[in-house]
Design a protein around this ligand. Structure first.
Ligand SMILES: C[S@@+](CC[C@H](N)C(=O)[O-])C[C@H]1O[C@@H](n2cnc3c(N)ncnc32)[C@H](O)[C@@H]1O
Length: 464
């Protein structure tokens, strides 16, 4: 049972609409809320009924009110054993965090192409969401300072399959090199994590008032370091999964008073039961999610517009382009006419119009992944990369075999496969029409090319 620390409860009693008894009771009740957000490029709203292992009735799944792509599921299926999860058809995400969508829709001018930075991006919940909301002509830079976590971010964005994303592994202070570059900056800051107590009762053991102080110092440093990279008039979205006012309203006040940010408000229907707060010193509005009021975990979000003007000159360096011969080797696999095919040992592709912006990002940051990794050309032939299979870029006539659930799981476990494909050579395998990855059929042998680092290690199957 999740017992919320008394010191935290005490600190929240001053907040508007804080209902101490209901808050304690909802933590004690141990209800687990499961929500997912679909990838609109791969999965239609009508497909939501197809989650493996979910018993559906006429009344579920239920839409998350503040996100066009979010759904609550009536129970938690085994996502590990759902091939559609591995195909990047959806992301398992806590519902309150999907409120980011409202900030971007209401203030992000998403009808225009935007350069977006997700500064604290791993494992990729906000980044995959942002990618679904921005135009194809926009660029998303997803940054994660911790290298191992940047690896998970890369995996999740590879599954998502979009070409207009770049993963970087930089400290926030490195972003000063890109002064005034971004139109939108999302800072989903590391925090003391009290908003997730219900989902992860272990987090209660590491919570303390000292940890809150440590986090709010770090949050200011991260913001102060990264803000120069936002252009004048650009949008800042700040969020945490902490209930503590020191990490929420006090940071909002500091952004207005010390950083000269202009506070923005959001239109929020009353029936969503989101609590609007005004930070005490200068009044910026913030939006709080309490699990006794909204179906989701604790979350805080506030939005600002930048007024200050920063210098906007940056280093740029042209990435190496693929040779004409290498591009020619791609022709049977994908249409490269709208893409810039680049080379860094392997070939990768970005939307052609993003080359200039990407050149600046590459010259100033440590890029871990950019666009879609296509593979390597050997003896004039492409050895395709896993990311290409998941990208949606492949020609329709690239051969592929639809697998049964059992075979799809064997494939994802990287086991030997027994089915006989119609054609020889490199081809994809699919589940319910969604690409899972590559196999190579060589006469009497089938090689499974699902990446080792992604394979399902868990024992069992969909029903366990
Ligand atoms: C709340 S999590 C981000 C969750 C992510 N936005 C999502 O929706 O999936 C905060 C992230 O900040 C990163 N982080 C930790 N210390 C940091 C620092 N000093 N500067 C920038 N990011 C930091 C953590 O590694 C973590 O990935």
């Amino acid at each position: 049972m999740a017992t919320v620390p008394a010191a935290l409860i005490h600190s929240l009693e001053q907040l508007p609409h804080f209902d101490k008894e209901a808050f304690i009771a909802v933590h004690a009740a141990e209800e687990k809320v499961t929500s997912v957000r679909i990838n609109p490029v791969k999965f239609g709203l009508e497909d939501v009924a197809h989650f493996s292992g979910v018993q559906l009735t006429n009344t579920n799944p239920v839409a998350v009110p503040w996100s066009q792509y979010g759904f609550y599921l009536p129970q938690r299926p085994s996502f590990t054993f759902d091939p559609l999860f591995h195909a990047g058809c959806y992301y398992v995400q806590e519902a309150s965090s999907m409120f980011l969508e409202q900030a971007l829709l209401q203030h992000g001018q998403l009808e225009q192409d935007q350069k977006v930075l997700d500064l604290c991006a791993a494992p990729g919940g906000k980044s995959t969401h942002i990618q679904s909301l921005i135009s194809a002509g926009s660029l998303l830079v997803s940054n994660e300072v911790i290298k191992a976590r940047a690896g998970i971010l890369k995996q999740n964005l590879t599954r998502w399959g979009a070409a207009n994303t770049v993963v970087t592994n930089n400290d926030p202070q490195h972003f000063a090199r890109l002064a005034g570059f971004f139109d939108i900056m999302v800072v989903d800051a590391p925090c003391s994590g009290s908003g997730l107590f219900r989902r992860d009762p272990q987090a209660i053991n590491v919570w303390s008032e000292d940890a809150v102080q440590l986090c709010c110092g770090r949050q200011r440093r991260i913001l102060a370091d990264a803000l120069p990279a936002l252009r004048s008039g650009g949008l800042l979205v700040y969020s945490t999964c902490s209930y503590s006012a020191e990490e929420d309203e006090a940071i909002a006040d500091w952004l207005v008073q010390d950083c000269g940010m202009e506070p923005l408000q959001l239109e929020v229907p009353a029936e969503w039961q989101i609590v609007t707060t005004s930070a005490p010193a200068s009044g910026p509005k913030g939006y709080r999610f309490f699990p006794d009021k909204t179906k989701g975990e604790g979350f805080y979000l506030a939005c600002f517009r930048k007024k200050a003007v920063d210098d906007t000159r940056y280093k740029t360096a042209k990435p190496e382009k693929a040779s004409a011969k290498e591009v020619a080797a791609l022709a049977t696999w994908l249409d490269t006419s709208q893409l810039e095919v680049l080379k860094e040992g392997f070939l990768y592709a970005l939307p052609a119009h993003l080359l200039e912006a990407y050149s600046m990002v590459k010259a100033n940051l440590y890029v871990q992944q950019a666009g879609i990794r296509l593979g390597e050309v050997m003896k004039d032939k492409l050895v395709p990369d896993h990311a290409l299979a998941l990208s949606g870029l492949l020609h329709d006539d690239v051969p592929g075999t639809d697998l049964s659930l059992e075979d799809a799981i064997r494939y994802l476990q990287r086991q030997d496969l027994s089915f006989v494909p119609e054609k020889r050579g490199w081809q994809t395998v699919r589940y319910k029409g969604h690409e899972l990855g590559w196999i190579n059929a060589l006469g009497n042998r089938l090689n499974n090319y699902y990446p080792k680092e992604l394979r399902i290690l868990k024992q069992g199957g969909p029903d366990q």
